[in-house]
Design a protein around this ligand. Structure first.
Ligand code: ATP
Ligand code: MG
Length: 238
């Protein structure tokens, strides 16, 4: 269970004000918001990459906002993060990229690492490509590689920042189905930020809508479709 409580964040101006919601085990939570709404900032706060001005993010009662370096490493073992734009390292092969979380935070033998990396690549249909470099992969393959890296250490939670943005419709559909399959088969509590309403309709068990610094809606897709706020209707529904 993750609880986001009273989060406030500003850079030169306020980006988030009094953001509150929770993520229960087994949910697939989608955070909707237009470009610049603060979605990536919110995700970074939730995984401890950015500090908010105020508020707490609790993982089963542990507040990641106050965590020290060592505590952060421990809590991040529960989390897989798929960055907006994949963020695979160009100088490493696909295998090395996917192995990275294991090499950095676990003491495993070469054999164990190989087994986990190959299983993870298998789960995203990338077996056989492990020796290739990111520059030799298509956009959809890079995205799947980033997902393989995020799940390699068996996380409890996975965060996807804009999983389908910048992909053609067929590839976006494949990534959508992959996120759904991992959620269902591997039982990973999943969160995504997006402005892709097709993706949202197909995966979300709960929708959170961010608008003008605040959470304006929390509920199911059926409830969201009845929303009266004209910005939400104009941007997502109509
Ligand atoms: N490190 C930073 N320093 C200063 N301002 C920042 C920083 N990161 C984000 N911002 C600002 O915070 C606001 C929210 O940015 P954020 O990246 O969270 O938007 P987003 O909802 O993810 O948008 P997109 O859909 O385009 O990815 C923007 O106005 C952005 O310029
Ligand atoms: Mg973003």
């Amino acid at each position: 269970m993750i609880k986001v409580e009273n989060i406030y964040k500003k850079f030169s101006e306020w980006v988030l004000e009094d953001v509150n919601f929770d993520v229960k085990k087994g949910e697939f939570v989608i955070i909707l918001g237009r470009s610049g709404a603060g979605k990536s900032v919110l995700f970074k706060i939730m995984v401890g990459l950015l500090k908010p001005e105020r508020g707490r993010v609790l993982y089963d009662d542990f507040n990641i906002v106050d965590a020290n370096e060592k505590e952060l490493i421990n809590i991040r073992k529960k989390i897989g993060f798929v960055f907006q734009g994949s963020a695979l390292f160009d100088s490493m092969t696909l295998f090395e990229n996917v192995a990275l979380p294991l090499v950095e935070h676990y003491k495993l033998t070469k054999k164990e690492i190989e087994r986990k990396v190959l299983a993870s690549l298998e789960a995203v249909d990338l077996r056989g490509y492990e020796k290739l470099y990111p520059s030799e992969l298509s956009g959809g393959m890079k995205k799947r590689g980033a997902i393989a890296r995020a799940i390699v250490a068996n996380p409890e939670y996975i965060f996807y920042d804009e999983p389908t943005t910048g992909l053609d419709p067929d590839t976006a559909e494949k990534i959508m189905n992959l996120t759904k399959r991992l959620w269902r088969e591997m039982n990973i509590t999943s969160l995504a930020v997006t402005h892709d309403f097709h993706f949202t309709k197909n995966v979300a068990t709960k929708i959170i809508w961010l608008y003008n610094k605040k959470v304006r809606f929390i509920g199911t897709i059926e409830e969201f479709k009845k929303i009266e706020h004209k910005e939400a209707r104009a941007y997502f529904i109509e």
